[in-house]
Design a protein around this ligand. Sequence first.
Ligand code: ADP
Ligand code: ZN
Ligand code: ZN
Length: 730
Amino acid sequence: MIAEIIVDVLSSQVDKVFDYNIPCSFDYLTEGYRVLVPFGNRMIEGYVLSIKKTTDCPPDKLKSIFQVCDKTPLILPEIIELIKYMKDKLYLRLLDGIRLAIPSQVKFGDYKFDTTAVLDDDKVQGYLATLSKRQKNIPLLIEYLENTGKSKLSVLNSKFGSANVKKLIENGVIVVSKSKINRLAKAKKTQNDIKLTDLQKSCVKDILKSTDKPIVLFGVTGSGKTEVYMNVIENVLAKGKTALMLVPEISLTPQMVRVFSSRFGEDIAVLHSGLSVGEKHDEWMRIYNNEAKIVIGARSAIFAPLRNIGVIIIDEEHDSSYLSDSNPRYLTHDIAVFRARFNKCPLVLGSATPSIETFYKTQTHQYNLTQMPIRVNQKPMPKIEIVDMCNEFRMGNTTCLSTKLLDKLDEVIKSQNQAILFINRRGFSSYLMCKECSYIPKCTECDANLVYHKDENVLKCHYCGKKFRTLTKCPECGSSSIKFGATGTQQVAELIHSHFPDVKVFRLDNDSVKTKNSYNEILSAFGATTPSILVGTQMVTKGHDFPKVSFVGIIDADISLFNYSYKANETTFQLVTQVSGRAGRSETAGEVILQTYVPKNPVYLTSINYDFKKFYEKEINLRETTKFPPFAKIVRVLLTSEDDDLVKAITHKFVLKLKDFRVKYGEKFFFLEAMKSPVNKIKNKHRYQVVLRFDTSIETDVISEIYHELDTLKNNKLSVFVELNPNSLS
Ligand code: ADP
Ligand code: ZN
Ligand code: ZN
């Protein structure tokens, strides 16, 4: 028999499958096994993708599998199917699929063990009798074990001396056993006495029924979606099945994990990029060995080796982190739909602000819909008030904080409450500019404007992280009048501090969250301090439940509204709703101020009333007339290489081929343009992109033709990425 094997060679741009002979001793081999195979003049790891009877490879060239690495196949048949599907439908390399399915750096079988010692009671008395009076430590050790029953070997060694311990083991007085331990500690289940509301009950029922197609759980912030998820999972576990639960970002996981852990205890495995390699190994193996019934994790957890899945949940399904924007690029929903179909189980997409594309599918009956329009505790949604910043400017206020917002903060402080200020930009200011000659400093590697970071007094590139000395004088014209661009988190925090020097101000953004724990540390410090103010990027908009937060200020809502993405309106509506939802969650009523230069913009007028349906109606009409998703598909093909001429030439060739599409598909083909990427260079790789937009009715044909053309243009010196409906085109 012949095995088709994908070999794990990092440097290879070419994603090729090789045929190998299966020796008789390995005739049990099936797809998914990890094997060692001869490749060139060395042995490398590979994975069996399929088994077949014949090969085109000439017999003298055909090599044999050298070794099978594990007792069972590491990749489940379902995931093998998925990887093949991702190659065909999403233009992802098989090897990238493997990398998603198998945790990187993990050495399989690398368990951590605890050695425990117990006494062999039959031997104790006899042995004690042989001891001389001088040996005090041994009787003490035996007494200690008699009292404790058992002990870690390491504890005995340090308490009583390892020579003594060794002697007792040799004489059989102490019996030692090894047991696997989990590197990631698990919480114990606690009693739960929450009774679901009728609304929640009916959502649970709808979800459990929805095995034919995905179901959207549309519930306002504070409507109790988490409780619905947990109840669905309880139902599923009771049927002997498993559950997969995704949350937007690694930063959100700890909170959700805490809530879930107290409900489900050791049944949970957690997967996210913040785990150590050892922890990742243990969690992955617990899932693989059916020891964990529930997986909670960020985007990549959708590839968890979970069997017999009874429900897949994507919480905050609108969140942009579900769309991977670096290689390999995929939308988590697509993978989830595949796995839900494979397992014939419900797929729940939960949100207070579903994405336009997702909600459109509920309106066209591709998805089911279930709703919770009110908060669990019946509390009203916080009142949102728009403040016109042009007006502020006219009245002589040139700062980014309106008088009204400062008044509100004053009230918050007086009443010993808390406030959250949201500004969607980290750093101190977006850029620096010479007022005389309009020179703007850029990163030398990335062709991107540098961002000023005041606390470190440096300019930073947000694409590659490189730091540069800040400007005191313009290098072009020598002028020393340097202007700061739009406001960032640091600047807001500093301004607030100058207004309220006695109040504690916390900052939450990618710069203040430096380590695995700092996110939680900042949030718990904020939670424990009253009065206090939290300033942050969209990190502050997510899922937090702080009862003392009575006020939310949106400093510059226009940042996302004027973004050039077709999703700008949608993202802005989501941000306003989500961040407002952080206010007034318990006793104190919540208030929100939204600062903007365009107070009449319909996105704001619908979002201040939490009127998602009205916003949706407007937006879906706009998308239809302007021919954007879900009525069109946007494809971005990104070509990168260190060789500028090469990537330019290939991009050109590719576009020439695509020009035929215009003729072939006529007016269903809306747009084709090749250009330098807005950020033309990242880490010294030159980047070109081809953007296409066409009617969804020709989607299948066009996409497969694009893939076909790319296959013929492939080159070792070039990387090609394809994105479908990308979030950003930079
Ligand atoms: P959402 O995710 O929809 O914003 P949460 O799931 O965070 O809402 O729920 C908001 C709050 O309501 C939480 O503190 C939760 O414990 C509480 N809660 C949810 N369901 C119930 C219920 N049936 N009875 C009492 N409290 C509930
Ligand atoms: Zn850079
Ligand atoms: Zn200048």
